[in-house]
Design a protein around this ligand. Structure first.
Ligand code: SF4
Length: 184
């Protein structure tokens, strides 16, 4: 996949911020190519390893937009540690579905979800101090940190993710064919 078998294993981290894990599912859809990938790559923080802290990495893949304080912290940690940071999917690129709340008042939104409508929270808006503080709106990743590459799609296809990894981990320019990034 990426040339010289004697090269050190490259490090890849992935995270899901305000997303649905559909982009991670698409990543797993590279299927048997995962075996090839694992010959060349070691996973750092990712839901696949359950590692909680990101360390120095060659590539970071970020799914989801930024909706709360924890998302900001994780995204900044990824930026600090990853040489290349890739925003994967519509949520990471423009907020996607979670950003539908952006045109609503946040307090009214919480009231409607937890108090007006029947909810498991018994009519109370959750306020445990352990819960990450919600932001006033859902932000795309590039409004919080510098993003090196954007992969459009909801989710981007497995082939798109695969070709991206092959290029970046092979230290080649990312030049995806039109068929992999068009959604018309
Ligand atoms: S882009 Fe689509 S598949 Fe990916 S996290 Fe957002 S909603 Fe899910």
């Amino acid at each position: 996949m990426m040339g010289d078998p004697m090269r050190r294993k490259l490090k890849v981290a992935t995270t899901s911020l305000a997303g649905c894990f559909g982009c991670h599912m698409s990543f797993l859809d590279i299927d048997e190519r995962l075996f090839d990938l694992l010959q060349h790559v070691e996973f750092d923080r990712t839901p696949l390893t359950d590692v909680k802290q990101v360390g120095p990495c060659d590539v970071g893949l970020v799914e989801g937009g930024v909706c709360n304080a924890e998302n900001v912290h994780v995204l900044r940690e990824f930026r600090r540690n990853c040489k290349m940071l890739v925003a994967i999917g519509a949520c990471a690129i423009n907020g996607g579905l979670p950003a539908q709340r952006n045109h609503l008042d946040l307090a009214a939104c919480l009231q409607e979800v937890y108090a007006t409508e029947p909810s498991l929270a018994g009519g109370a808006i959750p306020n445990d101090p352990e819960l990450p503080l919600l932001l006033n709106k859902v932000y795309p990743c590039h409004e919080v940190v510098k993003i090196d590459y954007h992969l459009p799609g909801c989710p981007p296809s497995a082939d798109t993710i695969w070709q991206t990894l092959v290029a970046l981990l092979g230290n080649k320019p990312l030049d995806l064919p039109y068929e992999l990034v068009k959604y018309d």
